[in-house]
Design a binder for this molecule. Structure first.
Ligand code: C2R
Length: 162
């Protein structure tokens, strides 16, 4: 089995369509990961175990997505020193601003690197995780540079009528 250094966790199955954007990005960059449903509210023991074993299992980055009262990323950051990237999942009632504020305003000492709301934030979380791992992985760094160059090259210089 490939050496898994990235954990993608989410509060609910309903978050997967958003969090899959992070997974797809990691797939595109050839970064192995695991994906799990872990909820601070609904499965606190699972959260505890995941955080407690993260370092020993070799995880180097955790991407945590949740919506609404999104306590999962912050609680995971309280349980492990593995860096946590938070993804605020978009919600119906408050458009994800609730998720954003829940994740963003961590107390001093327990940071969560918070992305933008929704799918773009999840994709960026994948890129952020890859960038962190690329600091010590030259082959991944080359793939990430190529991905960025491709994106840049795909942006037209002159706008066209659609
Ligand atoms: N914010 C959290 C946590 C948590 O932070 O522990 N656990 C579940 N949830 C969120 O509840 C929302 C609705 O979940 P359901 O769709 O299962 O009702 C999801 O966006 C999930 O992340």
């Amino acid at each position: 089995m490939a050496d898994i250094k990235v954990g993608i966790i989410m509060g609910s199955q309903s978050d997967w369509p958003t969090m899959k954007e992070a997974a797809d990005m990691l797939d595109a960059l050839g970064v192995p990961y695991e994906a799990r449903i872990v909820s601070a509210h609904r499965t606190p023991d699972r959260l505890w175990d995941y955080g407690k074993t993260a370092v020993d299992r070799g995880l180097q980055v955790i991407i945590a997505g949740a919506g609404g009262a999104a306590h999962l990323p912050g609680m995971m950051a309280s349980k492990t020193r593995v860096p946590v990237i938070g993804v605020p999942v978009q919600t119906k009632a408050l458009s994800g601003v609730d998720s954003l504020y829940s994740i963003l305003q961590m107390p001093r000492g327990y940071p969560v690197a918070t992305m933008a709301i929704g799918a773009a934030g999840a994709a960026n979380a994948g890129l952020m995780a890859a960038g962190i791992l690329a600091l010590q992985d030259a082959a991944l760094a080359a793939r990430l540079d190529a991905w960025r160059a491709d994106l840049s090259a795909s942006i037209p210089e002159v706008p066209v009528d659609e």
